[in-house]
Design a protein around this ligand. Structure first.
Ligand SMILES: *Cc1c(COP(=O)(O)O)cnc(C)c1O
Length: 384
């Protein structure tokens, strides 16, 4: 971090979310350029980060939006996304949310069950509004990621069970307002093994053929998101290998010439541009451990407590004196033992007041913050 920025941070109250906008733009531009090579369309998964500054950067560059609630649809539109480039996913869409989406005339509902499809049919009839839908198919591909962020297995709650696809087709056939325009897949998040996406392609090819053989030339294949980032080396690999990702689909996906290919990326676009900046409140020397107690906790960044996620932890300013490194458990102030950002973290000796950066917190960070313990609201710093 530049000296000038460190100085500014030292004068700010903590905790705060720090966003590196030049890095965000570089990431977005790279993703866009690589996707454009194959005329792929990328929708940004708003749930990863809905900070308006971030949303406007993303919508400006021509990304669509992937929303998982009615209010996300409204926020997307408020922040510059085109309503006809919005897709709406989620296993539990309420009637009110479906009505919002119909009124906004979004591009596609990613439908996750027969029951949901029936409600969309009823509401579209009642409102006399067209609804384009994609069927979310659960391809039974193991994302090989944390069990809480694996979504594409038969035992997961997501997507339509494949034995119900015929029923879905019958329902669509009889509806005047609902149109089947896409097949949708999303197998999980933080996927770093690209072989997972190869296996996904194999399944998508099979389902694409299944529909084609039944006379459905589906215009859109939506491959979802899930591309992971390197949490251990946020500086070495600050921008994800989008070239390799899209090239894999170009190689393994057997789409017909007229078919559009869509993606829904969240984490890969925004994770690395964000850090949670916090101050050391106390150094507590336990019998077995040293604890560095921060003024940020699971209330600001939940991922470590929620799924033992790893975030790189750094001292913002290394002291010039040659302080010996020490081992710390870096913990927050909340009375939960899971309120811990890292165990046995080796850092140059810490003292009260030192600034700490918890890296790669741009995705599923700020959005998961909460008011537990009636914590004070945090501040922001945008690097321009
Ligand atoms: C969360 C989600 C995404 C984005 O996942 P990332 O891992 O952040 O890329 C895309 N599509 C759907 C349906 C999702 O639920």
């Amino acid at each position: 971090m530049e000296k000038e920025i460190i100085k500014q941070l030292q004068n700010k109250e903590t905790p705060l979310y720090y966003y590196d906008l030049p890095l965000l733009r570089k990431t977005l531009n790279t993703a866009k350029a690589e996707a454009d090579k194959y005329r792929y369309k990328v929708h940004y998964a708003i749930k990863a980060n809905n900070n308006p500054e971030i949303l406007r950067e993303i919508s400006k560059l021509g990304f669509g939006a992937d929303c998982v609630s009615g209010y996300e649809i409204e926020v997307a539109i408020q922040n510059g996304f085109n309503k006809n480039e919005i897709v709406f996913a989620g296993v539990g869409k309420t009637d009110k949310e479906i009505i919002t989406a119909l009124n906004c005339e979004i591009m596609t509902f990613n439908v996750e069950s027969v029951q949901e499809l029936e409600v969309i049919v009823q509401l579209s009839e009642k409102m006399k509004k067209n609804a384009q839908i994609a069927l979310r198919i659960n391809p039974n591909v193991d994302a090989k990621t944390h069990q809480y962020i694996t979504t594409g297995l038969d035992e997961n709650k997501f997507g339509i069970m494949t034995h119900e696809l015929d029923t879905c087709l019958q329902i669509v056939e009889t509806s005047r307002f609902v149109q089947l325009v896409g097949l949708h897949f999303h197998v999980g998040s933080q996927i770093t093994d690209l072989n997972v996406f190869k296996r996904l392609c194999v399944k998508v090819n099979e389902w694409n053929m299944w529909f084609y053989e039944r006379g459905y030339d589906i215009p859109v294949l939506n491959l979802g998101g899930g591309l992971g980032i390197n949490y251990s080396e946020p500086d070495k690999e600050s921008v994800v290998n989008f070239a390799g990702f899209f090239q894999l689909f170009d190689e393994f996906l057997e789409a017909r010439k007229n078919q559009e290919i869509h993606f829904e990326l969240g984490r890969a676009l925004v994770a690395n541009c964000g850090s949670l900046i916090s101050r050391v409140l106390y150094i507590k020397n336990g019998l077995k451990k040293n604890f560095a107690i921060l003024d940020a906790g699971m209330t600001e960044l939940l991922r470590p407590a929620l799924y033992q996620a790893y975030h790189k932890i750094e001292k913002v300013e290394e002291n010039s004196e040659n302080l010996a490194p020490e081992k710390y458990d870096i913990v927050g102030p909340i009375c939960e033992s899971s309120d811990c950002f890292g165990k046995d973290v080796v850092l140059q000796k810490l003292k009260r007041g030192d600034l700490i950066a918890i890296r790669s917190a741009g995705a599923y960070g700020e959005v998961m913050s909460m008011r537990y313990n009636l914590r004070q609201e945090f501040d922001y710093f945008f690097k321009e």
